[in-house]
Design a protein around this ligand. Structure first.
Ligand SMILES: Cc1cc2nc3c(=O)[nH]c(=O)nc-3n(C[C@H](O)[C@H](O)[C@H](O)COP(=O)(O)OP(=O)(O)OC[C@H]3O[C@@H](n4cnc5c(N)ncnc54)[C@H](O)[C@@H]3O)c2cc1C
Length: 435
């Protein structure tokens, strides 16, 4: 059967859903068809920790501006829907027991503050610090608070006693990414978009221009435009187009653990331990983190710590090392001693996760591809939930041929054609912007 679309979005993760929303609702593109072989939002977008932050240390302010735009849009959407996706402003809290790391945190925060994060406030006295609310996002301070010594331990008494200081990023928090994605899809569909459950298996291209999308069912959608939003499988869809998509993959696991003993206050921010840890004689890098999440029991925590960041081929379902859950619990117990009671019980939690799909400098791919009518919105790495709104907006502006924001060129696939850009990013590394 042949159907006709003005644009097809391949992939109904958070990114494809946001793209469909922007195309159908904000750009008023007529016939938008979203194709996914799975139920929407069930590959990577429901596996993350769903945090957001305007914290982007270097190498320049590009990612900070892009994600800040996304947070503006998230707040706008939250206001429109009565905060149906429960966006809060609890912040990201980076803690350390190391005086030298505290100095590095101060230097990084000063730099990010200078490029637009907002003011950095320093507290040696707890009384000058404004605590965060449990819910809501309005009327909150931006920037960051650096709490030194006793001020940090009083503000966050669950942190280990040897905590030397903590940096609280304030335009940050968590939200429910699945509810956000559902809202995008609902609004897109209410504005004429349709969802088709099928697998994209090929394209019809003539004279270098997009003509149609072939589906596994045998159906064909005649369309002059396609948006590739296939998440970690985007390179496979790119191959069908004859275009090489420059991405690699990193496996990230998260543990959902019931905190039946209330080791962590339910209104805690996203708490991150910056210091390296030694677990079972093995030296692991800093970055263990945890946050409360209200799932079916209302007492769950998400724990995450990617101590191995090697590139590995995308496969589904992903496979995780059996001991990973236990290492996560031990890492988090080093920063929050009350978590110690769960050591040995990590296997009782649910370990899942997915693949970060990344470019070499960890910036997304959003823009035109070399086939006329083909666009990409992918490689959202570990920031796809927080930046999907701005990513969907940007690709929709490309499709609708509207004026583009000034960060557009930084995400265009053609940036790698510029030898001076490639020379510059070689120094940055793929870890740029990753917690
Ligand atoms: C453990 C973990 C923690 C994370 N934490 C955060 C966080 O705190 N904050 C944050 O912002 N981000 C976080 N992320 C990253 C975020 O989850 C991703 O960037 C985001 O979900 C990617 O969305 P996507 O729509 O690009 O991909 P996906 O959600 O993977 O969606 C891609 C879709 O494309 C479909 N598809 C693929 N190929 C085809 C085909 N041929 N035909 C039809 N359909 C196809 C798939 O079925 C899938 O539904 C985390 C990720 C992980 C794994």
């Amino acid at each position: 059967m042949n159907t006709v679309a003005d644009v097809v979005v391949c992939g109904a993760g958070i990114v494809g859903s946001a793209a469909a929303y922007h195309l159908a609702v904000r750009q008023r593109v007529g016939r938008v068809i979203i194709v996914d072989e799975r139920e929407p939002l069930t590959l990577t977008s429901d596996k993350g920790t769903h945090g957001y932050r305007n914290w982007w240390p270097g190498p320049d302010d590009t990612m900070l501006r892009f994600v800040s735009r996304s947070i503006d849009l998230l707040e706008e959407s939250a206001r429109e829907c009565g905060n149906a996706f429960r966006m809060n402003r609890r912040g990201y809290l980076f803690a350390t027991a190391d005086a030298e790391e505290l100095e590095r945190m101060r230097a990084r925060a000063t730099q990010v503050s200078a490029v637009g994060m907002g003011l950095l406030r320093e507290h040696t006295d707890f009384a000058t610090y404004e605590p965060h609310p449990a819910e809501g996002f309005e009327d909150q301070p931006a920037g960051a608070d650096l709490l030194i010594g006793e001020a940090a331990r009083r503000a966050f008494p669950y942190l280990v006693d040897r905590t030397a200081g903590a940096l609280h990023i304030r335009r940050a928090g968590t939200l429910n990414g699945v509810d956000l994605g559902a809202l995008f899809l609902k609004q897109a569909i209410a504005n004429g978009a349709t969802f088709v459950r099928d697998r994209v298996v090929g394209f019809e291209i003539s004279n270098g221009a997009m003509r149609g999308v072939r589906l596994a069912s045998g159906d064909v959608i005649d369309t002059p435009r396609i948006v590739l939003a296939a998440g970690p499988a985007v390179h496979e869809v790119g191959e069908m187009l004859g275009v090489s998509i420059p991405v690699s993959h990193e496996l990230h696991a998260k543990l959902t653990l019931r905190d039946t003993a209330r080791a962590v206050p339910r209104d805690a921010p996203f708490v991150i331990w910056n210091d390296p840890l030694t677990i079972d004689g093995r030296a692991l890098p800093g970055g263990a983190h945890l946050r409360p999440v209200d799932l079916t029991r209302g007492d769950e925590l998400y724990l995450i710590w990617t101590y191995e960041t090697d590139t590995r081929p995308y496969e589904w379902p992903p496979r995780f090392a059996a001991h990973h859950a236990e290492i996560l619990v031990r890492g988090c117990a080093a920063m929050i001693p009350a978590m110690q009671q769960y050591v040995g019980g990590g296997a009782r939690g649910l370990l899942d996760g997915g693949f970060y799909c990344k470019t070499r400098e960890n910036r997304p791919l959003i823009g035109r591809l070399d086939v006329d009518g083909a666009f990409i919105c992918a490689a959202l790495s570990g920031f796809g939930i927080m930046s999907a709104h701005a990513a969907g907006e940007l690709v929709s502006l490309h499709v609708a041929e509207r004026a583009l924001p000034d960060y557009a060129a930084a995400f265009a696939p053609q940036r790698y054609d510029d030898a001076s850009y490639v020379a510059r990013i070689t120094a940055w590394g793929a870890g740029a912007g990753q917690l």
